[in-house]
Design a protein around this ligand. Structure first.
Ligand code: TGC
Ligand code: FAD
Length: 392
């Protein structure tokens, strides 16, 4: 793979909107990605393997629980710093950002928000350093966009719960130490349970043959009469709103992350367009290539502004779930379009692992599907503006 020469586009001088702390956090994450992710990630993606050696570093740059309070081992940062870290990590690879998103927003967040103090102290500090890795089980074979229909369930057996069912498409599952699992009780109410590797009847088979997110491990969670101790139930929130609340935090991070992938594709295509000569001119001198680059930088700039504003609203506690949906949907679609155009600008070279673009493009096909598909987010916006849910 070519050396990482990334230079971040900032067409509207958005750095002026950031504090010194935001810039320090972002620059540390950017430098770490250049040193630790860029040189190895193509190789790991080609081999369909997660690079476990980067886990410690992810913890050190605040990639695990950036906004979780310091007393629980988190970095105690604000929502814009959280977003900037996600942007930089996904600039390297969406699969690495997935590991960070799942650990932060889908495992640490529910334990912090819905757990009790013993659960927080037991799990959060180890999750923050990467000493422990978690995964999040919501999706099932027959319930993806409609998680409320889930059939995974647990029964109260007096001194423990008995868990049965299956989850699929679970990021980090094959190597996770714990899983935050969403299941129905005997009354059909959804609760979160912390299931630990090693509990009898709990297995995590890996999902193979993915063309996307190849450097991220995906798997199933199978529960065959798993005895879960009663103290592993998250006591402070139940109902579908509990897992969906975690998704708000993860979707917000993805909205920033997608900008990172888009910036990397744009930067690569821009540099290539100045170096590649055809018909005695750099291809960047042709109007058709300039149109692509002009559209890319326009869309990246719009996405940066949308996301920065959303971060301010989240810092003020005013962002709605529907606003987060709009940013996730817009930014991932924007990044996917840019990746496809950038890939074309590199001609044949664009399909090789010499450049990051094709990997980003394939990764983004998962990002546009997980955490709520492109169409589900459109329906969320539609419901928000009309008041009519069109899901069913
Ligand atoms: P609905 O009746 O609308 O809502 C049920 C309850 O939930 C509340 N709620 C929310 N709460 C917090 N945050 C949100 N975003 C919320 N959206 C809804 C709602 O107020 C209600 O509360 P209550 O108290 O009245 O019960 O539910 P529905 O069954 O009609 O479904 C709505 C729909 C389709 C929007 C929802 O199911 C949905 O978002 N589906 C998409 C599923 C999804 O995103 N799955 C993601 C799985 S995890 C994943 O992909 C991780 S990838 C990780 C990585 O690698 O980065
Ligand atoms: P379906 O729900 O079957 O949707 C198929 C198509 O139908 C989509 O285009 C969808 O938009 C459309 N559709 C569905 N309902 C409607 C409707 N009402 N109106 C119009 N169109 C509709 N899940 C987890 O719980 N944890 C994870 O860690 C996790 N990681 C993932 C990692 C990867 C790589 C992938 C690919 C997925 C992951 N997921 C995870 C699952 C992901 O969230 C689901 O794939 C996603 O929610 C969509 O569900 P589905 O694949 O079952 O598609």
């Amino acid at each position: 793979m070519k050396p990482d020469l990334f230079q971040a586009p900032d067409y509207y001088l958005l750095d002026d909107l950031l504090t010194e702390e935001h810039k320090l956090v972002r620059d540390a994450a950017r430098a770490w990605v250049k040193k630790e992710v860029s040189p190895i990630i193509e190789d790991y993606a080609q081999r369909a393997e997660f690079p476990t050696q980067i886990v410690k570093g992810l913890g050190e740059i605040g990639g695990f629980g950036p906004y979780i309070p310091v007393e629980y081992g988190g970095a105690g940062l604000d929502q814009i710093s959280y977003g900037l870290i996600m942007q930089e990590i996904e600039r390297g690879d969406s699969g690495v950002r997935s590991t960070s998103s799942v650990q932060s927003s889908l495992v640490m967040y529910p334990i912090w928000k819905y757990g009790n103090e013993e659960q927080r102290m037991k799990y959060l500090p180890k999750l923050a350093t990467g000493e422990m890795i978690g995964c999040f089980g919501l999706t099932e074979p027959d319930f993806g966009s409609n998680p409320g229909g889930m059939v995974t369930n647990f029964k109260d057996k007096g001194d423990h719960y008995l868990l049965n069912g299956a989850k699929m498409w679970i990021s980090n599952a094959p190597f996770a130490d714990i899983a935050v699992v969403w299941a129905k009780d005997e009354r059909g109410r959804i609760h979160g349970l912390i299931v630990e590797r090693g509990m009898e009847g709990f297995t995590t088979p890996e999902t193979h043959n993915k063309w996307s997110l190849r450097a991220s491990a995906t798997g199933e969670l199978i529960f065959d009469n798993v005895k879960v101790p009663k103290e592993n139930l998250l006591p402070n929130k139940s109902g579908l709103g509990a897992p969906l609340g975690c998704l708000d935090s993860a979707r917000y991070g993805i909205a920033w992350g997608a900008i990172g992938a888009a910036m990397d594709c744009y930067d690569t295509a821009l540099r290539y367009s100045k170096e590649r000569i055809q018909f005695d001119k750099p291809i960047g001198a042709f109007q058709l290539q300039q149109k692509k680059l002009a559209e890319m930088i326009t869309e990246i700039t719009k996405a940066q502004l949308l996301t920065w504003r959303l971060g301010v609203l989240r810092n003020e506690g005013k962002a709605t779930s529907a606003q987060i949906s709009m940013a996730k949907r817009n930014n991932v679609d924007m990044a996917l379009t840019i990746a496809r155009d950038a890939r074309q600008m590199l001609g044949g070279m664009g399909i090789t692992g010499e450049y990051s673009i094709m990997r980003h493009m394939m990764n983004l096909e998962s990002v546009v599907t997980y955490e709520g598909t492109h169409d589900i987010h459109l329906l969320i916006t539609g419901m928000d503006v009309t008041g009519f849910p069109a899901f069913k």
